[in-house]
Design a protein around this ligand. Structure first.
Ligand SMILES: Cc1cc2nc3c(=O)[nH]c(=O)nc-3n(C[C@H](O)[C@H](O)[C@H](O)COP(=O)(O)O)c2cc1C
Length: 235
């Protein structure tokens, strides 16, 4: 019997259907102008811990989540869930649970090095913004997906994927004129209980979203320079 010809289509791996890339060409000069403009806008982003209670319409949050969900993800598994909370009772419950954990952190659990690192930020266990910000967006990562068949399907590069989605979310809300904080209470298990999330979802962080308070002040921080964060190896 002759062995099958390795070049016949029969032996090629199945090719997925490909569609044209939606892409509008941009001239190099325009590209540079846009890159600079995006940088200048994003350089104004700051973590905000003093929010106004001015409402933000749900539709705005929906677009921000849609943007976050355009993120690339390992094997395109999109291993994230965004739970947007504006219910005052739930926000109060989250604040109570977060402050209980934070109090233990600040009073007993944080190492002296960690406390020293937090000192320039002027943060403590009080988290009033968890009730004042009109929205708390709790992000969950799905290490496995529960399929309708009841099977558990593994996801890939989950933390990196969710981190990128959160980055897009933060950029989108900043460009839309809103402010936010990336808040990571530890431990965060209480979020799963309060928000009644399924067992395959693990809390990633909480993002209070809203307008900054009129008298909002932020720590006087410097960012590393390009030279400190980048290496170019040019040909
Ligand atoms: C992964 C991550 C976790 C963070 N956790 C907290 C937090 O629990 N509480 C807080 O007040 N800020 C938190 N921050 C905000 C940082 O303190 C803040 O990004 C940093 O000081 C730089 O300030 P900027 O965001 O205004 O540039 C966190 C930021 C990141 C990226």
């Amino acid at each position: 019997m002759t062995p099958p010809d390795p070049d016949t289509p029969f032996n090629q791996p199945q090719q997925p259907a490909l569609v044209p890339l939606p892409y509008t060409p941009v001239e190099p000069v325009e590209c540079l102008a846009r890159a600079r403009r995006v940088y200048e806008q994003m350089d104004q982003r700051r973590s905000v811990r003093h929010f106004s209670d001015q409402p933000v319409p749900r539709e705005v949050i929906e677009y921000l989540i849609r943007t976050a969900a355009t993120a690339p993800s390992g094997a395109h598994r999109q291993p994230w869930t965004f739970v947007a909370v504006s219910d005052p009772n739930l926000k109060a419950e989250i604040r109570r649970a977060a402050e209980a954990e934070e109090r233990k952190n600040y009073e007993r659990r944080l190492t002296p090095e960690w406390l020293a690192a937090l000192e320039p930020l002027g943060v403590n266990w009080h988290k009033p913004y968890l009730e004042i910000a009109p929205w708390l967006v709790a992000v969950f990562q799905q290490n496995v997906e529960l399929l309708e068949s009841g099977e558990r399907r593994k996801n890939y590069f989950v933390t990196r994927s969710v981190g990128i989605a959160v980055g897009l979310f933060l950029a989108a809300l900043h460009l839309a004129g809103l402010a936010a904080l990336t808040y990571t209470p530890s431990p965060m298990r209480f979020l799963s209980d309060i928000l009644k999330r399924p067992p395959n979802e693990k809390p990633f962080l909480i993002i209070p979203v809203g307008y900054p308070a009129e008298d909002c002040r932020v720590p006087d921080l410097q960012r590393k320079t390009l030279e400190e964060v980048a290496v170019f190896l040019e040909g």
